[in-house]
Design a binder for this molecule. Structure first.
Ligand SMILES: NC(=O)c1ccc[n+]([C@@H]2O[C@H](COP(=O)([O-])OP(=O)(O)OC[C@H]3O[C@@H](n4cnc5c(N)ncnc54)[C@H](O)[C@@H]3O)[C@@H](O)[C@H]2O)c1
Length: 372
């Protein structure tokens, strides 16, 4: 019998597909809701190829509460949600902020409202280190602990901070209202997971990030430069007060991150803590130049770049203090940034068209040999 059934919003997307895989591999049943706005149904085939189990899929928009109600009604065993579906491009969020608030905040309100009606009581949310903004504005806040004050510097980060707050207010109200009515309340729980910089791909070379448009993150962009799809990388700012002038980020392998969701969900179900925030990061910061060097090493050639002025809203250093997750969730990163570079290159070099192509036969044979 399954350990439980989990609804995963945005489950065909990058982090959602890896988390769906991790849950299926650990005895959960998975129901995915995704509009396919930034992902492909092929991710479902790859999940099945790797673990022999296929998530149930519903194509639906998160902002459509009536659709969500129908999906919950069709799967009465769902007792938890892992919520990824969102728009996520920091730059774009300053150009079309209303769309970001509509989808990220409005979509979450529909989701929580539907969860309430259907008595689905655990939520694990994809938050981001972006909620901290520039933590160097305080003394002694790098690496960043969860008690660092929130202060996002762009509309995307604002949506994440707002959703964290909405989840906290909603879960707290559910618990208080049920308690007052003399009913069980401890089943209502939430985890706000603040990811640092997710990167990498599945070691099989069969699953990875496949955005529908131009990628926004450093490593996928470097992948495009390595395959010749883009001529050069743009480095935004080499005049930060870091060891080489470029901005520092904490890169976390997507396989470690997916496992972080599994353990956070298990923690909610077991310890029933109410709402808690956890940083998911490695605690190790790398500069942009260090990443270019590490990825160039894996590719076997120096990748070209141009230095441009700093981008508005960017900050010097987002490195996690992951102690709370290490201790409470018994979780820590096991895979390095260098391993993420290797896995990313295996994915990109073998699948330059992402999910719009068949993977090479030898990779398929290797995974089939493992699962048979
Ligand atoms: N990738 C990162 O660097 C990063 C860092 C911190 C936090 N996050 C958060 O993690 C989550 C997942 O990110 P990702 O990198 O996997 O992005 P992604 O774009 O690959 O995944 C998001 C998924 O949500 C779906 N979606 C978007 N709008 C929807 C809607 N209205 N209804 C239903 N589905 C919708 C998309 O089709 C996509 O499959 C997001 O909430 C993102 O903000 C990502």
């Amino acid at each position: 019998m399954a350990v439980g059934t989990v609804l995963i919003t945005g489950g065909t997307g990058y982090i959602g597909s890896f988390t769906s895989l991790a849950l299926l591999q650990n005895g959960y049943e998975v129901v995915i809701v995704d509009s396919l706005y930034n992902s492909s149904e092929v991710a479902l085939d790859r999940i099945e190829l790797i673990c022999g189990k296929r998530p149930t899929f519903h194509k639906a928009d998160l902002t459509n509460e009536a659709e969500l109600d129908k999906i919950f009604a069709a799967h009465p065993t769902i007792d938890s949600v892992i919520h990824f579906a969102a728009l996520k491009a920091v730059g774009e969020s300053s150009e079309i902020p209303l769309e970001y608030y509509r989808v990220n905040v409005g979509g979450t309100v529909s989701l929580l409202s539907s969860m309430k009606k259907n008595d689905v009581s655990n939520i694990v949310f994809s938050s981001s280190a972006t909620v901290y903004g520039d933590a160097t504005r305080f003394e002694n806040m790098i690496p960043i602990p969860e008690h660092c004050p929130i202060g996002p510097t762009n509309p995307y980060g604002q949506t994440k901070a707002m959703v964290e707050r909405i989840i906290e207010d909603f879960i707290t109200a559910q618990r208080q209202n049920l308690k007052k009515a003399g009913k069980p309340f401890e089943q209502w729980n939430g985890a706000n997971l603040r990811y640092f910089n997710p990167c990498g791909a599945h070691p099989s070379g069969l699953m990875g990030e496949d955005p529908q448009g131009v990628p926004y993150n450093l490593l996928p962009l470097l992948g495009k430069v390595a395959t010749g799809d883009r001529p050069k990388l743009k480095v935004f700012g080499d005049d930060y007060s870091s060891r080489d002038g470029t901005a520092i980020r904490d890169y976390i392998h997507v396989v470690d991150l997916a496992r972080g969701h599994l353990v956070a969900l298990n923690y909610l179900r077991e310890h029933k803590p109410g709402v808690k925030a956890w940083n998911l990061g490695s605690g190790r910061g790398s500069t942009v130049f260090e990443i270019i060097k590490a990825f160039s090493k894996v590719v076997g050639k120096d990748l070209p770049y141009d230095v441009e002025p700093r981008r508005q809203g960017d900050v010097l250093d987002l490195t996690a203090n992951p102690t709370r997750a290490n201790k409470e969730l018994n979780w820590k990163t096991e895979l390095t940034m260098e391993k993420a570079c290797e896995d990313l290159w295996r994915w990109v070099s073998n699948n330059p068209k992402g999910y719009r192509q068949e993977p090479p036969a030898e990779l398929l044979d290797a995974v089939k040999a493992k699962t048979s």
